[in-house]
Design a protein around this ligand. Structure first.
Ligand code: PMV
Length: 327
């Protein structure tokens, strides 16, 4: 028997970076998903294969043997998968061999939460395969623990959105709250293709805040007001306001030094082509930007981002978090 499960990617609509200092952020699950297929094996080995990454490993008692691709890369990418599978096996109470096949429509290392989506789908697929009772809360916890390997001290946004889907308001001290909103959020995501490290970008903000606290603290405060105002705009179905708030949010992120030339090209191109608003999303310094675009302007914005050197795709909000596709 094989079980397939999937989980969604995410974009941060408002509040990235400032969320690290306690301000609220708004995160949205989008309709790009990672898929994991799990099957039992007759031996006690764990085999993991990713079709997109062209990587395959066999893991025996925690030690990796590479079957396809580079060992170091495979360890980095698959260690969270191993940890999640182990956690589910612990709950199952017996060590069985597993084959896990991963395929994904989510761009990798672009700030869209690909690794959390992969781990959440693996956790759900293995759990269902072995008939282990698991709530979404359990899947979230396992995914969060495994993600610590990738990010050190992640805020938990990626595992939460991959597990629960929808729109979440996140704040360090209060955690996650679903933002019930009927609103359609027509987004275009533009990939710059520039790789960046979340850790380095977070350090940049810490440095500038330490150097100029009197200047950066009011920026943080403004970011808070943006997220709070955005919550009202969501409820009022007010796309115009959301677009304007995205533009202001981008200006603040630029101000603390986390935009870069590749992002500026795409953000400006999207605005010129008629987007209601555009901003970087996630850590910045490359990675992705998002534009809020009415349907009648979609083609123009997609084309403008492409001409400015980006890889654009349309994204829609998805309410569905992790789910089993077939059992
Ligand atoms: O680009 P990502 O998905 O790694 O987003 C990072 C978001 C930050 O706010 C910059 C960091 C964090 O832990 O919230």
């Amino acid at each position: 028997m094989a079980v397939v499960a999937s989980a969604p990617a995410k974009v941060i609509l408002f509040g990235e970076h400032f969320v690290v200092y306690g301000e609220p952020a708004i995160v949205l699950a989008i309709d790009k998903r990672a898929y994991a297929k799990a099957e039992t094996r007759n031996d006690k080995l764990l085999h993991v294969h990713s079709t997109n990454l062209n990587l395959a490993v066999t893991i025996e008692n925690g030690s990796f043997r590479v079957d396809q691709g580079d060992l170091k890369e495979a360890k980095m990418k698959f260690e969270p998968v191993r940890q999640a599978a182990e956690k589910v096996l612990e709950k199952y109470g017996e060590n069985v061999g597993l084959s896990i096949e991963i395929s994904s429509t989510i761009p990798v290392a672009a700030g869209l939460g690909s690794s959390a989506a992969v781990v959440a789908s693996v956790t759900a697929a293995v759990g269902t395969l072995l008939n282990v009772e698991m709530s979404k809360e359990d899947i979230f916890k396992i995914t969060y623990e495994a993600e610590k390997y990738v990010h050190g001290t992640p805020s938990g946004v990626d595992p939460a959105i991959a597990t629960f889907g929808g729109t979440l308001l996140f704040q360090m001290d209060t955690g996650f709250k679903p933002l019930e909103a009927e609103i359609e959020i027509p987004l275009v995501v533009g990939e710059t293709g520039v790789e960046r490290s979340t850790r380095v970008q977070v350090e940049k903000v810490r440095d500038i805040r330490e150097r100029f606290p009197q200047i950066v603290d009011p920026i943080m405060h403004a970011a808070r007001e943006i997220s709070l105002r955005a919550i009202d705009a969501f409820k009022e179905n007010d796309l115009e306001t959301l677009g304007s708030l995205m533009n202001v949010n981008h200006a603040l992120l630029y101000g603390v030094g986390v935009s870069d030339e590749s992002l500026e090209w795409l953000v400006n191109a999207a605005r010129k082509a008629g987007a209601l608003g555009a901003k970087l999303t996630g850590a910045g310094g490359g990675g992705c930007m998002i534009a809020l675009v009415r349907n009648e302007r979609l083609e123009q914005v997609l084309e403008a981002i492409q001409r400015a050197g980006g890889r654009p795709f349309m994204a829609r909000k998805t309410d569905e978090g992790v789910r089993v596709e077939q059992g």
